[in-house]
Each structure stands twice: as structure tokens, then as C-alpha cells.
Design a protein around this ligand. Structure first.
Ligand code: PMP
Length: 305
């Protein structure tokens, strides 16, 4: 990833990709205190546009506030940085990674001279999983790792260190031949995937876990709006793993994963074992929204040019 052409926005300037370096004593590298976003830009008929840019920037600032990291830039600057990272790299479609971290100004938990730094990188990342998974669905395993407790990790923050939990769960699932992990919350209810929010469908109603142990996903929020638009009932509730076994459909959502059907959980086939009709409606509307083919909210697409 480091050795390639391009530009990365780093503390207010676009710098050559290979020069966007930090020291080995970078504080965040040691203790994991930092926050980030995953954002996507899509090609539309009127040029490349970033989907829900303002909401992603808002969540980045919320994460920094929760962690007690002072942002050295305002939201407008970070919005512009994201537009510039896509535009100046000449990308038609892109995945964007804004990240906020403490530098190498000091070391130890008691360091009191740390500066907050911000980068925005953007690159092409067409599909998070195999493209056929959008139709065929993925195989998921309930993880032996538990998702965050609200008072151990702060679940409203998309914080760097939280992803230890995601990476261990995903690695375990992949070693077992599965595509993704389902993490349960500390009470044993379904929380989310390693990088996705969860939805299940039963008798025409869509259910999703409440925002206790899962990230307040922006795609999750888009699904709430889409369900309303499609006239589908959607409820937040506690969901157990066996409810998912006997659901009619289940799917994951995320900026990277987009809308991804789940065909199997713990060896039990869900519904017909492929993308179900409600998942298909939601997925198809999602792809229309991100590429500007349908509009639910005028503010959701921000052109990069
Ligand atoms: N949960 C976790 C743990 C994630 O990392 C992500 C990806 N950011 C999501 C859910 C989905 O969030 P979003 O729709 O905002 O990408």
C-alpha cells in the first residue's frame, strides 16, 4: 500500500503517497487511540461524488470528541480534504480513509504534549468481497469473540483500537472457511459483523440490533430511510442467533461491504440460501442511491469536482 504513486492529504497538504510517513514512536501505533472513517465515492452521470460525506465527517468528529482528541481542523476542511483526495488522484470511484491519530511528540499514557494529526487517503477498491457474493450471499460463523461492552469500549466511536476485536473475529471465521464473523454482544444478543451492521427479515418485517454494542453505521441509517421509502416496516430490537437461523433473509451493511446477503449462519441455511426478495430491493435501491440514479435526500451525494 505504501509504495505507489498518488497523493495523500496529510495535515492540510497533499503530499506524495510515498512521503506520507510517520515515526515508529507514533503514539497511536502503540496504544491504538485514534479514529477513522471508511467512505466511498461513486461515479454518477454528473461526475464522481462522495456518498454521505457530511455524515461520515460528523461521525469522525464525534469519534474524536468521545476519545478526547482535539481536532486541529474544522469539518469544512476535512470535507474538502476528502474531495481533494479523490479528485487529485484522478479516481472515478474510490474508497476513502480519513484517519485521526496522535503523533510522536510524546510517549507513554501520561504524554501531555501530543498533537492530533489527520490524513485522508483514497484509492480504488471495487468490491469488498467476491462480486458474486452480492447475489449468492456469504457464509457466516458466530464468533467466539464478544463485541464491545458499552462501558469498556466506547461503541459510538469508530476507534482504531476497537478493530483488534474485529480482526481476531474475522481471522477466526476465515480460518474456519467462513466469509465473515457474527459477533454477539456481552449479553449474547447479535451485535454486528467485523465491519458491518446486521439486518434480518421475518414475515416481511426487517429487524436490526439496537445501537448498544454495534457501530452507528451510516449504511444502516441509509437502510432505515430506504425501508421507509419502500414502505417496509423496520424495527430495532434484541436479536438472538437462533432467530437468525430461522429468519427468511439476513444481510450485512457497510460502506465497504455495501448490502451483502447472508446465506448461511453456523451451517444453517437462511431462507432460500441466497439473496432474498427484500434484500434485493434494498440492495438495488442502495446501488441506485450511491450512483445518483434515485434520490432520497439531496444532500447525500457531494461532487468531488
Ligand atoms: N460496524 C463496524 C464494526 C464497522 O467497522 C462498520 C464499517 N464502518 C460498520 C458497522 C458499518 O458502518 P458504515 O455503514 O458507516 O460503513
Amino acid at each position: 500500500m505504501a509504495d505507489r504513486d498518488g497523493l495523500i492529504w496529510f495535515d492540510g497538504e497533499l503530499v506524495p503517497w510515498r512521503d506520507a510517513q510517520v515515526h515508529v514512536l507514533t503514539h497511536t501505533l502503540h496504544y491504538g487511540m485514534g479514529c477513522f472513517e471508511g467512505v466511498r465515492a461513486y461515479a454518477t452521470d454528473w461526475g464522481t461524488a462522495i456518498f454521505r460525506l457530511k455524515e461520515h465527517t460528523e461521525r469522525l468528529f464525534d469519534s474524536a470528541k468521545i476519545l478526547g482528541m482535539e481536532m486541529p481542523f474544522d469539518k469544512e476542511t476535512i470535507n474538502e480534504a476528502q474531495r481533494a483526495a479523490v479528485r487529485e488522484n484522478g479516481l472515478e470511484e474510490a474508497y476513502l480513509r480519513p484517519m485521526v491519530f496522535f503523533g510522536s511528540e510524546g510517549m507513554g499514557l501520561r504524554a501531555d504534549n501530543l498533537r492530533t494529526h489527520v490524513i485522508v487517503a483514497a484509492w480504488e477498491w471495487p468490491s469488498y468481497m467476491a462480486p458474486e457474493a452480492r447475489e449468492l450471499g456469504i457464509k457466516v460463523q458466530t464468533s467466539s469473540f464478544t463485541r464491545h461492552h458499552v462501558n469498556i469500549s466506547v461503541t459510538r466511536a469508530k476507534a482504531n483500537g476497537q478493530y483488534i476485536n474485529s480482526m481476531m473475529a474475522l481471522a477466526e471465521a476465515q480460518r474456519g472457511g467462513y466469509d465473515e464473523a457474527l459477533l454477539l454482544d456481552p449479553q449474547g444478543y447479535a451485535a454486528e459483523g467485523s465491519g458491518e451492521n446486521l439486518f434480518v427479515v421475518k414475515n416481511g418485517v426487517i429487524y436490526t440490533p439496537m445501537l448498544t454494542s454495534c457501530l452507528n453505521g451510516i449504511t444502516r441509517n441509509t437502510v432505515l430511510h430506504m425501508a421507509e421509502h419502500l414502505g417496509l416496516e423496520l424495527r430495532e430490537k434484541l436479536i438472538t442467533r437462533d432467530e437468525i437461523y430461522i429468519a427468511d433473509e439476513a444481510f450485512f451493511t457497510g460502506t465497504a461491504a455495501e448490502v451483502l446477503p447472508i446465506r448461511e449462519l453456523d451451517g444453517r441455511t437462511i431462507g432460500a440460501g441466497r439473496r432474498g426478495p427484500i434484500t434485493e430491493k434494498v440492495q438495488s435501491l442502495y446501488f441506485d442511491l450511491v450512483r445518483g440514479k434515485q434520490v432520497l435526500d439531496d444532500n447525500w451525494l457531494t461532487p468531488v469536482a
